[in-house]
Design a protein around this ligand. Sequence first.
Ligand code: SAM
Length: 194
Amino acid sequence: MRAFVKIKPLYRFLKYLGRRIKKIDENSRAVSKDELIFLLKTFGKGKEIIELGCALGQTTRRIARNNSVIAIDPLIPDKDGLLLGMYIEDCYKIFLKNISNKKVIFYNMSSMEAFEIWDKKIKRKVDGIFIDAEHSYNAVKEDSKWIKYIKKGGIIAFHDVSYHNGVRNFVEEFIVPKHKLLGKVRSLWIFKKK
Ligand SMILES: C[S@@+](CC[C@H](N)C(=O)[O-])C[C@H]1O[C@@H](n2cnc3c(N)ncnc32)[C@H](O)[C@@H]1O
């Protein structure tokens, strides 16, 4: 047992080194700096925000500096037990570090599983949503059911719109005609709910 306690930090360090060699940068942002500035400015302060697909919590942490966040992600590892090139337990550690001392409620489940709970039991409307989970047409269509729980005049933000045809097709078909486009920065499109 004592030997294991001694070896564990070394094991973790070697794993970390391996990730660096493979150029997996744990500090890299899924959302670019200019997208983030636009997102945070639009969400404002003192708001309640839902994030679908929070991954390691890099954006969650930044939104939660001035807001409370409901972060939803099943964090499912691939067949090799990895998520984003990391061991799942390391992902949880990074996520928990990112959200420590922040007002974050974590639903460790898919967006639709969380929606069923919210739709049956909670039903509260919130100020904004950041949709950044699975980037396919059908998945974003399902995720957009959450818009029902965004207040009128609230914020609806979609990430990776420009880079994924499925997301862009859905947003152009269903969101653009219904809500007011506030702006686009790179692949981030933000709307005000009408
Ligand atoms: C692009 S990453 C999110 C990045 C994160 N928003 C950020 O800014 O750091 C996509 C995430 O969506 C999650 N995801 C995939 N399918 C999902 C679903 N059905 N519901 C919620 N999250 C999902 C994945 O586990 C992954 O962590």
